[in-house]
Ligand binder design. Structure first.
Ligand code: SAM
Length: 215
């Protein structure tokens, strides 16, 4: 447990869904636990729960250890869908820099040192409708647009993405430089071309010359 003050009981009624920080008629005490029953922490403090009671919902769910009552953040975009109050996104679920490097290598080569895993971006995309417009102003190796293409391929969504990166020079001696990708924006474009080809996405590339004071 990392934040002891966030390990506290909430009260909830799985019939009505109502949640509060104090007992009320029909309520059951609910402590934060992981799926395996080990103690966890809530993401929200008690004062925050008090200030947004309508944003939480109490439900009975089937867990590894049988039925249990738990508290979820209400997902206003998708009625009926529950979002678990989780703060920790595990590398086993969303990937890591190592898996991100492998993903990039597979599609365009080992040409960027610190890409993000597409699983991380897909977890973020899950918070939005599947026709969202996604803008990444610091696109780097293009993970965000790649994740958008994967998500569209998976659920038939119509998300659109715009990726922007300055033509920051790549380091002489680096893999990218050796592969003829002389600017980071060349890496972005190379990956997104490969993604577009693989997933049949439409790709439009607009290149702006750097402003004179930057060149
Ligand atoms: C940490 S990297 C992003 C990595 C990316 N999330 C990925 O998975 O590859 C940040 C990027 O922002 C770019 N950048 C820095 N300043 C910028 C600016 N003013 N406009 C656009 N891109 C910029 C850098 O060239 C770098 O590629």
């Amino acid at each position: 447990m990392t934040a002891r003050t966030l390990h506290y009981p909430l009260w909830g009624d799985p019939e009505s869904g109502h949640v509060a920080t104090r007992p009320f008629a029909g309520a059951r005490e609910v402590l934060p636990v992981f799926g395996d029953g080990k103690p966890a922490v809530w993401r929200w403090s008690a004062p925050l729960v008090d200030s947004r009671p309508g944003d939480l919902v109490c439900r009975t769910v089937k867990g590894k250890l049988g039925d249990r009552v738990d508290i979820y953040q209400r997902d206003w975009l998708h009625p009926g869908r529950r979002k678990k109050l989780r703060t920790i996104w595990l590398a086993e679920e969303i990937g890591s820099t190592d898996t991100a490097v492998a993903e990039l290598k597979e599609i365009v080569g080992h040409v960027f040192e610190s890409p993000k895993p597409t699983g991380l971006v897909r977890r973020v995309l899950d918070c939005f409708p599947n026709d969202a417009h996604v803008l990444d102003f610091f696109a780097g190796s293009g993970t965000t647009a790649h994740a958008v293409a994967l998500a569209n391929a998976d659920d038939g969504g119509e998300r659109r993405s715009v990726s922007v990166n300055i033509p920051e020079p790549t380091r002489p001696g680096s893999n990218a430089h050796g592969a003829g990708l002389l600017a980071v924006s060349d890496i972005t474009q190379a990956r997104l071309r490969a993604v577009a080809q693989r997933f049949g996405e439409t790709l439009e590339v607009i290149v702006h010359e750097p402003a004179s004071e930057l060149s």
